[in-house]
Write a protein that binds this ligand. Structure first.
Ligand SMILES: Cc1ncc(COP(=O)(O)O)c(C=O)c1O
Length: 478
């Protein structure tokens, strides 16, 4: 590495680690000459490189300043799935990901797990321990089917931030968002019927469709604005769609948030065709904007949106506390909840309610959002450095998941096999499609603490991709 490259790398690392923050004035050329014992032209070239990468800007007579991170230059292409209802496949691959035994040796770069080490979660652990000690019979007993009033009350207070006016009786507590989604889908559709989904789409929902013998109609989706309303309208004209299932805010895996105007238009479209919408808002509170974006439910004036969520991504998945606001389908949803798990576990609900009521949730979210946004930018930088040119990269508006679209024909299931020897795993894109599309895509997690080990692992993934592309080219040529 040249001297100027070394200086640029150090400055870049300092920006990534927040030593120099957005808007900060960077050290003068003279100061850096002294620090690195290099010439003025070396520092000028280093700054030139950072300017070319749009990381810093020179201001006349003032010096160099840190710029906000720009949208990646190559975004993933808008998706074009097969526009006909399909039976869902891919269960083996999903099982492989979700049933992988937890191990300290394997670095899971693609999982949907939040930061569980944050000290801002400590009050939650204390609330759980305290409740275990003092709750007596109530904590040991079945909760009501609808769930803890304390928690439902807190959820309705939180929902005002997303534009929803809910009464505690409008909300049912579930065992995670997975149960909320499963109940919603079973309420609305019977075997053989069709559910329209954004694409790529969370594999957990897809597998519910598979288990219930339903068909998925994958709708083209834009990596910035979400499900194509134009394509959805055509699909609604052509197919007997029972429900539309979308994750319009901080989408998993693409990270976009649909603009409010498109959310409103989506609800209007569903009204026109008299179809229900199942809205998954599990990452919505992790949006990088304040106030957080409105839900579809905020635009729903006739109760057709079933809003599903949980605290698995904002707090911890292990508590299994989720909820559903089912609108006009409340009675059927209540029945499905009963036949699904009956009441949800009592003490985790009370602990989450206490955590929110004491203001710890708001504090925790502020910290996590700041951290995830910073981590997104660091990971974007690593991807830019280590992945082949032409890699499409999403620009998440919240949450902690990044989606990559590889150039060429690299199969990410095979990539995972290649990475196994290095004890690294990514989430292959094919999990997120009913028919195994998106094999050349992968999902990465930036909730992980971005240690040098993780940096090396991301580099390893990028290098392996480059190698696989070169091998594919050689095979084509020979
Ligand atoms: C978009 C989405 N919805 C639902 C779920 C399931 O959530 P829970 O763990 O609360 O059941 C997940 C978990 O990965 C998810 O990413």
């Amino acid at each position: 590495m040249n001297r100027y490259e070394q200086v640029a790398v150090v400055l870049r690392e300092r920006m990534e680690h927040g030593i120099y923050r957005v808007g900060d004035r960077l050290p003068s050329i003279r100061a850096l000459c002294r620090e690195f014992e290099v010439s003025v032209s070396t520092v000028q070239t280093a700054y030139g490189r950072l300017e070319d990468a749009a990381l810093v800007e020179a201001r006349p007579k003032s010096g160099y300043y840190v710029l906000p991170r720009q949208t990646p230059t190559v975004l993933p292409a808008p998706t074009r799935p097969a526009q006909r209802p399909l039976e869902v496949s891919q269960w083996d691959q999903v099982l492989d990901l979700v049933a992988a035994p937890g191990s300290d040796e394997i670095l899971m770069l693609g999982n949907g797990i939040p930061d569980l080490e944050s000290p801002t979660l400590n009050p939650l652990k204390r609330a759980l321990a305290g409740l275990h000690r003092r709750s007596g019979r109530h904590g040991l007993n079945y909760d009501t089917l609808i769930g803890s009033l304390e928690l439902r009350h807190e959820i309705t207070r939180l929902a005002t931030a997303s534009g929803c006016l809910l009464h505690p009786d409008d909300v049912l507590i579930t065992t995670g968002c997975q149960e909320a989604l499963s109940i919603a889908i079973r309420t609305l559709a019977s075997p053989g019927e069709v559910v329209a989904v954004d694409s790529p789409s969370f594999y957990g929902t897809m597998q519910i469709l598979k288990a219930l013998g339903l068909k998925a109609l994958e709708i083209p989706t834009d990596p910035c604005t979400g499900i194509s309303l134009e394509a959805l309208e055509l699909a609604l004209e052509q197919w007997p769609i029972r429900a539309i299932q979308v994750t319009p805010t901080c989408n998993n895996p693409l990270g976009y948030t649909m603009p409010a105007s498109r959310k409103r238009a989506l609800v209007a479209l569903a009204q026109r065709f008299d179809v229900a919408i199942i809205e998954d808002d599990i990452y919505g509170d992790l949006a990088f904007t304040t106030p957080r974006p409105k839900t579809l439910k905020a635009f729903d004036d006739d109760g057709r949106v079933l809003l599903c969520s949980s605290f698995s991504k904002t707090l911890t998945p292990g508590l299994r506390v989720g909820w559903i606001a089912p609108g006009r389908y409340r009675d059927q949803v209540m029945h499905m909840k009963y036949v699904s798990t009956g009441a949800s576990a009592t003490l985790p609900q009370l602990a989450v309610a206490e955590f929110i009521a004491k203001g710890h949730y708001a504090h925790h979210l502020r910290e996590m959002i700041r951290q995830y946004q910073r981590h997104r930018d660091i990971l974007l930088g690593w991807v830019e450095q280590h992945f082949p040119a032409g890699t499409g990269v999403s620009y998440p508006q919240g949450g902690f998941l990044l989606w990559l679209e590889l150039p060429g024909d690299v199969d990410c299931v095979r990539l995972n096999e290649r990475l196994a020897v290095s004890n690294i795993r990514i989430a292959p894109g094919s999990l997120f499609s009913a028919s195994g599309k998106y094999r050349h895509c992968l999902r990465l997690n930036y909730a992980l603490s971005l240690t040098p080990t993780v940096a090396v692992a991301v580099r390893k993934v990028g290098e392996t991709v480059t190698q696989m592309m070169a091998e594919a080219e050689t095979t084509t040529v020979t």
